[in-house]
Design a protein around this ligand. Structure first.
Ligand code: HEM
Length: 208
């Protein structure tokens, strides 16, 4: 006898996959921004040439596929939670709309998904294509510097967006109510936390 119906079991599995992949993605994003960038500044060119061709393709593999699986599982969760009602079929569910009015829960997830989707886009269409050219040594000189700046700006932007994005993931099921003020507080707190991360990452004392 199944503990729950098939729908609930698949739902839990996808939710689990979404968070596992999300941790993998954002964990690597924080590794790049809070650990690797400050660390690279202390390496000489010969060490960089030895370390980076080994380190970066591996880290970027987990990073970009983590982003893709998080995104696809997230779209599934959105469809099933907000655009489907068991027994009634597809269309805005009571999680999305009540009496013709969008719910607080839906406002939170739309905010989270807006940030998350922009971040996914940056990974697949800006950061990864730029890194492919950088690591494949397809560009040099001024063009290489431009590409590095483009990739690092997109990565920094994603790091800042990750703070508010996570409020948008957690608030729908665990908080619910939303208005302009709660959203502003979540975005501000999320960004302040990331700003603190950047400031702290360059101050960390490497002598133990
Ligand atoms: C890439 C775009 C993303 C989309 C489209 C998306 C979509 C969703 C959806 C629809 C839900 C369900 C909300 C609900 O139950 O009301 C959710 C929950 C959640 N998401 Fe995302 N998400 C994205 C990125 C991320 C990332 C990067 C993380 C980082 C770990 C993450 C972590 C979570 C967590 C922790 C939950 C709550 C699980 C729970 O409380 O049961 N999401 N997401």
């Amino acid at each position: 006898m199944a503990l729950q119906d098939a729908f609930s079991n698949v739902h839990l599995l996808v939710r689990w996959l979404h968070v596992m992949a999300g941790i993998t993605w954002i964990g690597h994003l924080y590794f790049f921004n809070f650990v690797n960038i400050p660390m690279q500044a202390s390496l000489d060119d010969a060490t960089k040439k030895a370390v980076n061709p080994q380190l970066m393709p591996r880290a970027l593999w987990w990073f970009r596929w983590g982003a893709m699986i998080t995104f696809l599982a997230g779209l599934y969760l959105f469809t099933v939670n907000y655009m489907y009602t068991p027994g009634a079929g597809f269309g805005p569910s009571s999680n999305f709309m009540v009496d013709g009015k969008i719910t607080g829960r839906a406002i939170w997830i739309l905010m989270g998904m807006l940030f998350g989707t922009a971040m996914w886009f940056n990974v697949w269409f800006i950061i990864w294509p730029a890194q492919q050219k950088i690591l494949g040594k397809k560009v040099a000189g001024e063009a290489l510097a431009v590409l590095r700046t483009k990739a690092s700006k997109a990565s920094r932007m994603n790091t800042f967006m990750s703070g508010p994005m996570l409020f948008g993931m957690l608030a729908p099921a665990h908080y619910g109510a939303a208005n302009g003020l709660t959203l502003i507080i979540a975005v501000t707190l999320g960004m302040i936390a990331i700003g603190w991360g950047y400031r702290h990452s360059i101050k960390i004392n490497t002598t133990v």
